[in-house]
Design a protein around this ligand. Structure first.
Ligand SMILES: Cc1ncc(COP(=O)(O)O)c(C=O)c1O
Length: 387
């Protein structure tokens, strides 16, 4: 990972889109007065509203996306175990956040890391097909940085091999694919509602699925594995979303379209300025994809730009502008996961993207002036000026 940045930062890399305080006070008061802090009506209200928005049969609220991924993996692994041979591998990108392989490993599955497409930064059907072996239990795609992956194409590969398709949709609330909100399709899509996302619960996750059995499994799984009978069917977790978090998420959902539009405008402002510079790589969504821009991540080609990623990052840090290097190191090179990776399976695009990536400030605090300042620093370093 590139050098840690100096603190304090003037412009953080992310800040939450929180609803106006007055818009949630009544709900928070209602919850506190009712004494019903968990398993109450706000979680139900959120689940109904999200299922309707995404066009899925079930939206199950959980304590985080990681918890949701763990419960879904357990459910899918259990379902495939009955099919004769050992199936314990999940095909997934290495160019993603470490929660995705962590959830698989917690569920006794082994990540099989594959490369991504350099333009979309997402897994593609050919790459997924190359990762499938007789031991594959599931395929996991990801809407990286909120850029929708090609769910229908991945589904065709999954169907051809009789495998479930899980989508790590942590970044994707607010994204659209073929004109519809991302969330339908695949066996399940799992969202994060942590503070850096467009839909905010504080901490939280949503498992979206059309499969009744999987929704029931996740509902029991978030409740220690039992369905209220005090006789668990399997060893579950406490994976519940608290009522206060659900109330925040309900208010946040009401602002989602506005938040998504603001982030798209910020991304376009960055793009207009950065595409003027040589050596800057920008994520290229497909024609039918409208990203959420959970992150705005670029790549820097030092030879063409005339400055390395780390030099640019230091110059921004010196100005109090915080950045990240998502996802460097990529998962297949991380201490916890490298033992799962077969060295003969090279991931050149992932390695290149990771070593060049720079995630710029994005969120409600990033206006046109901030975009201009960030881009001017990058341009200054590129031209060899003291930025
Ligand atoms: C791609 C990806 N998957 C999973 C997660 C985990 O989400 P959570 O923090 O809600 O568990 C994150 C977190 O940001 C993420 O970026």
């Amino acid at each position: 990972m590139a050098d840690k940045q100096r603190l304090p930062c003037r412009i953080p890399v992310a800040a939450p889109h929180v609803p106006a305080v007055e818009s949630v006070l009544d709900d928070l008061a209602t919850i506190l007065r009712s004494g019903r802090l968990t398993k109450g009506p706000y979680v139900e209200r959120l689940e109904v509203a999200v299922a309707e928005r995404l066009g899925v049969r079930h939206a199950v609220a959980v304590s985080s996306c990681t918890t949701g991924l763990m419960l879904v993996y357990r459910g899918l692994a259990g379902a495939s175990r009955g099919r004769g041979r050992i199936r314990d591998e999940v095909v997934m990108p290495s160019f993603t956040f470490l929660a995705a392989p962590a959830a698989a490993v917690w569920s006794d599955l082994k990540p099989v890391f594959i490369d991504v497409d350099p333009a979309t930064m997402n897994v593609d059907p050919e790459g997924v097909a190359r990762g499938i072996t007789p031991r594959t239990a599931a395929i996991c795609g990801c809407h990286t940085f909120g850029n929708p992956c090609a769910v229908a194409d991945l589904q065709r590969v999954a169907d051809a091999h009789g495998l479930p398709l899980l989508i790590d949709a942590a970044h994707a609330f607010g994204a659209r694919l073929a004109g519809r909100p991302v969330g339908a399709g695949g066996t399940a899509q799992v969202f994060s509602l942590s503070p850096t996302k467009l839909l905010v619960a504080g901490e939280g996750g949503i498992v979206a699925t059309d499969h009744d059995w999987l929704a029931s499994w996740v509902r029991a799984g978030r409740e220690y594995g039992h369905d209220g009978s005090y006789d668990p069917l399997f060893a579950g977790l406490n994976g519940r979303m608290p009522e206060l978090s659900a109330a925040l998420a309900v208010a946040s959902l009401a602002m989602l379209d506005q938040v998504a539009a603001a982030r798209t405008a910020t991304a376009e402002a960055y793009r207009r300025r950065l595409e003027q510079l040589p050596g800057i790589g920008l994520m290229e969504p497909t024609a039918e994809a409208e990203p959420s821009y959970k992150d705005f991540s670029i790549t820097l080609d030092a030879a063409r730009l005339g400055a390395t990623r780390d030099t640019v990052r230091r110059a921004l840090g010196d100005r109090g502008i915080e950045t990240r290097c998502y996802f460097d190191p990529p998962c297949h090179r991380q201490t916890a996961f490298r033992r799962f990776h077969e060295p003969r399976r090279t991931l050149p695009i992932t390695d290149r993207l990771a070593s060049r990536s720079l995630t710029l400030p994005m969120g409600p605090h990033v206006d046109d002036d901030v975009v201009a300042e960030v881009c001017d620093v990058i341009a200054g370093v590129a031209q060899g000026c003291p930025a």
